[in-house]
Design a protein around this ligand. Structure first.
Ligand SMILES: *[C@@H]1O[C@H](CO)[C@@H](O)[C@H](O)[C@H]1NC(C)=O
Ligand SMILES: *[C@@H]1O[C@H](CO)[C@@H](O)[C@H](O)[C@H]1NC(C)=O
Length: 334
């Protein structure tokens, strides 16, 4: 037996000895498993329970005795409760650093431009209900269809949910990879070159990759181009204020994001240059008094409507591009 092998066994033993489960959480654990339809093998159960307990403890600690939360936001247990940050990270959609590739600059309009203090495109009818991407890395496709849905509404007055599955199945030749990975930029390229995208009604979401079944007869929307915004929050603000919902990359850095419930997310671990998730920015605003008000971006996620504020979140705005929210923002021209 090599020393390394021996050491590995020792480590395992030590590790399993550390799993001291809290019997006071038995009922909560059973209820959580039922709610999220989890079932584990005997071997798995103990490990998953201990991860879940760690997450539970972290959430309770963050929310504090008063339940108000630290750093301006609260957290809540959800279906990701049995995952470590590392496991969650592996599921994320890392997008390589992108240079500003093309598109007209709307920055000039931002500088000195006067924009409303509050924008919420949901109130104008631009935004479809929140969906759940399930176990598929299709966040990028939800953001692309969400942005096109908004611009189609602006043009036609009809809000039609577009097919995420169409993008997942068909944008592979352009460089995306179905449920494993995707770049919204490539998603727009697909819709542009394909000459259209189907509606959710004719090509419904399945949460797993399948063969491309796009049928031009069912095309429900097309775009004539798309714009990548300059990578700063002024440009994003100008676009959100004047154009509509904008697809944007974001950095999910820690459990603070994963178990976010309400308030304005501020995560010290966030990068302001790299992103691993894609969302739809549907507005912005501020909380509190005019003088010490905290500004936020209003963001539509694709983790179901039980997550966050009915599927939405607020992320700190004008704080050095927090979580890289303005680094990968695009919108379609319809
Ligand atoms: C909206 O959609 C409906 C049904 O698809 C259609 O009959 C109607 O003409 C559309 N309205 C506009 C303004 O495009
Ligand atoms: C990232 O944050 C730092 C300060 O922490 C700031 O100096 C820098 O300009 C930010 N980068 C971007 C791209 O906004």
């Amino acid at each position: 037996m090599t020393p390394a092998f021996f050491l590995a066994i020792l480590c395992l033993e030590v590790a399993s000895g550390v799993l001291a489960l809290d019997p006071r959480l038995d009922v909560e654990w059973q209820e959580w498993k039922i709610k999220y339809e989890k079932s584990y093998s005997m071997e798995e159960e103990e490990l998953k329970r201990s991860i879940w307990e760690n997450n539970m403890e972290m959430i309770k600690r963050h929310n504090g005795e008063n339940g108000l939360g630290k750093d301006g936001f609260t957290m809540e247990m959800n279906g990701f409760g049995d995952m470590t940050v590392e496991e969650f990270g592996k599921k994320m959609n890392n997008i390589p650093v992108r240079i500003h590739r093309k598109g007209k600059s709307i920055r000039k309009r931002a500088v000195g431009g006067v924009f409303p203090k509050f924008v919420d495109w949901r109130k104008k009818g631009y935004v479809t209900p929140v969906q759940d991407q399930e176990y598929c890395n299709s966040c990028w496709a939800f953001a692309v269809t969400g942005a096109i849905e908004g611009q189609m509404f602006k043009k036609t007055g009809n809000l039609t949910r577009l097919s995420v599955q169409n993008l997942v199945d068909c944008s592979k030749p352009h460089g995306n990879n179905g449920c494993d990975w995707g770049d919204p930029y490539i998603g727009y390229e697909y819709v542009l070159h394909n000459g259209g995208v189907e509606a959710e009604a004719t090509y419904p979401y399945e949460g797993r990759e399948g063969p491309c079944r796009y049928d031009p007869k069912n095309s429900a929307a097309k775009i004539s181009g798309f714009v990548s915004l300059p990578q700063n929050e002024d440009s994003l603000m100008a676009a959100v204020a004047t154009i509509g919902p904008i697809s944007a990359g974001v950095h999910v850095a820690s459990n603070l994001f994963v178990f976010y419930k309400r308030g304005i997310l501020h995560d010290r671990k966030c990068s302001n240059t790299t992103v691993n998730h894609v969302v739809l920015v549907v507005g912005y605003g501020s909380e509190g008094e005019e003088t010490d008000g905290k500004k936020y971006w209003l963001v539509k996620n694709s983790w179901g409507d039980e997550w966050g504020i009915q599927g939405y979140m607020k992320i700190a705005k004008d704080q050095n591009n927090h979580c890289a929210i303005a680094s990968y923002a695009d919108y379609p021209i319809v």
